[in-house]
Structures are given as C-alpha cells and as structure tokens.
Design a protein around this ligand. Structure first.
Ligand SMILES: [Zn+2]
Length: 74
C-alpha cells in the first residue's frame, strides 16, 4: 500500500517536470508576438508576412499591409 503510493507520487512529479520543460520551449517559439508597423496590430510571428526592409525584418499581419507599407515608403 505504502510502496505503491510512493511510486505514484514519483510518476506525477516526473510528468509535471517534463510537461513544463516542453511547454516552456514550445511556447517561446510559437507565441512570439510582433507588431505590424503599418496598422499597429499585434499578432503571432508564425502568421506574419515578412519583409526585409533597410536591413531589418518587418512583420505584417497581411499581404495588403505589406504592400501598403512598401508604397508608403516610395
Ligand atoms: Zn496590418
């Protein structure tokens, strides 16, 4: 009785630690928020339309914003 109880506690601890490690890394990669420099909206980087402009990477929420930004700079 006591033995199996201890074993269970050990398993729960292990699982919790694994989940935290994995979640921390995945969360950082997936949930980075960037700002659209044209419409000022924040959105996840993985959905971004990227533009290399003046040596900097800019991230737009849509292709439309990207085009409008490029036109506004000309
Ligand atoms: Zn936008």
């Amino acid at each position: 009785m006591l033995k199996s109880g201890l074993q269970r506690t050990g398993n729960i601890k292990n699982n919790a630690r694994k989940k935290a490690d994995y979640g921390g890394v995945a969360g950082e990669i997936d949930d980075v928020m960037v700002q659209d420099p044209f419409c000022k909206v924040y959105f996840p980087k993985r959905d971004a339309y990227r533009l290399r402009y003046d040596g900097t990477d800019l991230y737009f929420c849509s292709e439309e914003c990207k085009d409008k930004f490029i036109k506004s700079k000309k």
